[in-house]
Design a protein around this ligand. Structure first.
Ligand SMILES: Cc1ncc(COP(=O)(O)O)c(C=O)c1O
Length: 490
C-alpha cells in the first residue's frame, strides 16, 4: 500500500486516512451506523496503535443465551458488517496489514460479566484459560475485570505474572510440566494440579528447591464422555490427562507422605472443550463431589472444586439455544454449596471466541473440476482450527456484493501450499470481487494462539475496538525481519 491515504466518501461516512506501512498511529474516520435507532451523529473514531509492553522484538449452534446478550459483529440491512457500531470494511481499508484479527473489547467484558453474574452467591475463581488466547492486552483487561488465570506452560505462567495476575488466583495445569516451570510455580504460590505419579515427584522436587509448600489439586479423570471431537475430549479414561480415579488412594498416600512439600487443597477435572450440554458438567460434578467426600473422610481439609472449562459457543450461527454460563453454574450450584466448597472454573473459548474475527481479503476466485474456490490472503497459518479439527467457523463477506454477483458454493482457501489449507468448505457465498473483505467469525479462541509462520506467513497483527469506538492495535504483526533475527550471530 502506498505511504499515504486516500479520501473516501459515502452516504454514510467520511474517512480520511493517513497511513504508512511503518506507522503506529493511524488516524481517523467518521462514521455512524446507518441503521442505528438512535440519531445518526457521525462518530469520531480513530485507529491508533497501542504500543505493547512487549514490543516484538497471540456441533454447535447459537451464541450463549445471556440475558441482554448482545453480539458485537452484526450484519446490517445495508449489507455491511459492523462491530460495535463501526463499519468493518472501513477498518479493513485502514489497517496496514491483512489478514488481521479484530476484537471487541466490550464483548470481552460482557462475556466476563455473564460468568461473574452467574457465580454470585458462590465463592469462586474464574480462571481464564490463557491457552485460548495469550494476547497480553487481553490478559491485562481480563485481570482488571477480576479474572484469575489457568496456565499450561512456564511461559504462560510468566506471561500471566507480567499481566499482573494474582498468583493465588492462578492454576498451573498440564500432563508434562517441567521441573523448572514447577519451581517457578512453587516460588510464586500458584495452585498446581497433580496429573500423574511422575508429576507428583516433580512437584515435590520443585517444592524442595523453592523451599515452599505447594498448594495442589488432584486432577481426577472422572471418565465422563463430553460428546465432542476426540481431539478436544480430555476427561475419558483413555485420556493422557489426569489420574485414573481408581488410583486416588495412591495419590492421597503420596500427599500424606510429603507434608513439608504438598498441601492438598482441592480436586480438579476438565472434561473437554466445545461442550454444549450442561448435564455433562453436572454428571462430572456429582462424581467429583463424591471424591471430595472420600478425600475429606481421610482427614484432608480440602476446599476447592475445579470443574475446568469447556462450554461451547455458537460457531454455526444457527440460532439454536446453547447453555449459558448461568446454566452451567446453576447445574452445579447446590452441590458446591452442599459441601461448602470454593468453585474454580476455567473458561477459555466461551470468554473469548465470539469477541473476534479474522479479517481477510479475496485474492481471486477460481474453478477446478467441479469445485469453486475463493482464495484469500488468510490461511491455516493464521487460523488452523478448520484444518486441524474440521471445525466450522462462520464466513461472510464484509460488504454487500455487486447486484449481479452469482451465488455459488465455494471452498474458502488460503495460499498455503497444502490441500488442508482451508477456512471453510462448501460455503454458499456471492462471487466476490478481488480485494473484497471476507471475515472468519468466532476467531478469538484457539486461533491466534495456534497461529504459525508456516510458508513464512508471518503472524498477523491484532486490533480491538474499545468502548469509545477507538480501534487500537493490541499486537504488532510479525515481520520477515523478526524471522531473520533468529539467525543473527550464528
Ligand atoms: C485444563 C483446561 N482447562 C480449561 C480449558 C479451557 O477450555 P475451553 O476453552 O473449552 O473453555 C482447557 C482447554 O482445553 C484445559 O485443558
Amino acid at each position: 500500500m502506498s505511504a499515504n491515504h486516500f479520501i473516501h466518501q459515502s452516504a454514510f461516512h467520511t474517512k480520511t486516512l493517513n497511513l504508512s506501512p511503518n506507522s503506529t498511529k493511524l488516524l481517523l474516520s467518521k462514521f455512524a451506523h446507518p441503521l442505528s435507532t438512535t440519531q445518526i451523529t457521525p462518530k469520531q473514531c480513530s485507529l491508533r496503535a497501542v504500543l505493547s509492553q512487549n514490543n516484538p522484538s497471540t456441533t454447535i449452534t447459537s451464541q450463549p443465551k445471556i440475558d441482554n446478550f448482545k453480539h458485537c459483529f452484526t450484519k446490517s440491512e445495508d449489507g455491511y458488517l459492523y462491530c460495535e457500531g463501526l463499519k468493518v470494511q472501513d477498518i479493513v481499508d485502514t489497517v496496514e496489514k491483512r489478514p488481521f484479527y479484530l476484537y471487541s473489547k466490550p464483548q470481552i467484558t460482557r462475556n466476563f460479566e455473564s460468568y461473574r453474574e452467574a457465580l454470585e452467591g458462590l465463592t469462586s475463581i474464574i480462571g481464564y484459560a490463557v491457552k485460548a488466547n495469550n494476547n497480553l492486552k487481553i490478559l491485562e483487561h481480563l485481570r482488571k475485570l477480576g479474572c484469575g488465570a489457568v496456565l499450561v506452560s512456564g511461559n504462560e505462567l510468566k506471561l500471566a505474572l507480567s499481566a499482573g495476575f494474582d498468583p493465588t488466583r492462578c492454576i498451573f495445569n498440564g500432563n508434562g510440566k517441567l521441573l523448572e516451570d514447577l519451581v517457578l510455580a512453587a516460588q510464586t504460590g500458584v495452585f498446581v494440579n497433580v496429573d500423574s505419579e511422575f508429576d507428583l515427584d516433580n512437584i515435590v522436587a520443585a517444592a524442595r528447591i523453592a523451599g515452599k509448600i505447594v498448594k495442589v489439586l488432584l486432577r481426577i479423570n472422572p471418565d465422563v464422555d463430553p460428546q465432542v471431537h476426540p481431539y478436544v475430549a480430555t476427561g475419558n479414561k483413555n485420556s493422557k490427562f489426569g489420574i485414573r480415579n481408581e488410583k486416588l488412594q495412591w495419590f492421597l498416600d503420596a500427599v500424606k507422605a510429603h507434608p513439608n512439600e504438598l498441601k492438598l487443597v482441592g480436586a480438579h477435572c476438565h472434561l473437554g472443550s466445545t461442550i454444549t450440554k450442561v448435564d455433562i458438567f453436572r454428571d462430572a460434578a456429582v462424581l467429583m463431589v463424591n471424591y471430595i467426600d472420600q478425600i475429606r473422610d481421610q482427614g484432608f481439609e480440602i476446599d476447592y472444586l475445579n470443574i475446568g472449562g469447556g462450554l461451547g459457543i455458537d460457531y454455526y450461527h444457527s440460532g439454536a439455544i446453547l447453555p449459558t454460563p448461568r446454566d452451567l453454574i446453576d447445574t452445579v450450584r447446590k452441590l458446591v454449596l452442599s459441601r461448602d466448597l470454593n468453585l474454580i472454573i476455567e473458561p477459555g473459548r466461551s470468554l473469548i471466541a465470539n469477541t473476534c474475527c479474522l479479517l481477510n481479503r479475496v485474492t481471486g476466485v477460481k474453478t477446478n473440476g467441479t469445485k469453486n474456490f475463493i482464495v484469500i490472503d488468510g490461511s491455516m497459518a493464521e487460523l488452523i482450527r478448520p484444518s486441524l479439527y474440521g471445525a466450522y467457523q462462520h464466513i461472510e463477506m464484509v460488504s454487500p456484493a455487486p447486484a449481479d454477483a452469482e451465488i455459488l458454493t465455494f471452498d474458502v482457501v488460503g495460499p498455503v501450499c497444502e490441500s488442508a489449507d482451508f477456512l471453510g468448505k462448501d460455503r454458499e457465498l456471492p462471487t466476490p470481487e478481488r480485494g473484497a473483505g471476507l471475515v472468519v467469525h468466532d476467531a478469538g479462541a484457539y486461533c491466534m494462539s495456534m497461529a504459525s509462520t508456516y510458508n513464512l506467513k508471518m503472524r498477523p497483527p491484532e486490533y480491538w475496538i474499545e468502548e469509545d469506538g477507538v480501534v487500537a492495535k493490541i499486537r504488532h504483526g510479525e515481520t520477515f525481519e523478526d524471522h531473520m533475527r533468529y539467525f543473527t550471530g550464528l
